[in-house]
Design a protein around this ligand. Structure first.
Ligand SMILES: [Zn+2]
Ligand SMILES: [Zn+2]
Length: 83
């Protein structure tokens, strides 16, 4: 048994509302992809263990949601499903 993110695997759509304007935001991929490998927010000693986000502990996949209406991007944690 392993856990997969239903959004990454195309099983369901990311559903999130923009906290600024309240309209539906769209999935812009994994949060890690946005911040990149050289993120200044990531402590150097956690490079191999974690990306600095709580996704490992929560079994959640961090995605970036993007609102086209006001160009606001924010992280959304997708609960991974056991298969
Ligand atoms: Zn995902
Ligand atoms: Zn918005």
């Amino acid at each position: 048994m392993h856990r997969i993110c239903p959004v990454c695997n195309g099983l369901s759509k990311l559903s999130a509302r923009c906290p600024v304007c309240g309209l539906a935001a769209e999935d812009h991929g994994r949060y890690n992809d946005l911040i990149g490998p050289y993120s200044p927010y990531r402590p150097i000693d956690e490079l191999s263990a974690s990306n600095g986000l709580p996704d490992l502990a929560l079994h959640a996949c961090a995605h970036t949601a993007f609102c086209r209406n006001c160009a606001h991007a924010f992280p959304v944690y997708i609960q991974e499903e056991a298969h």
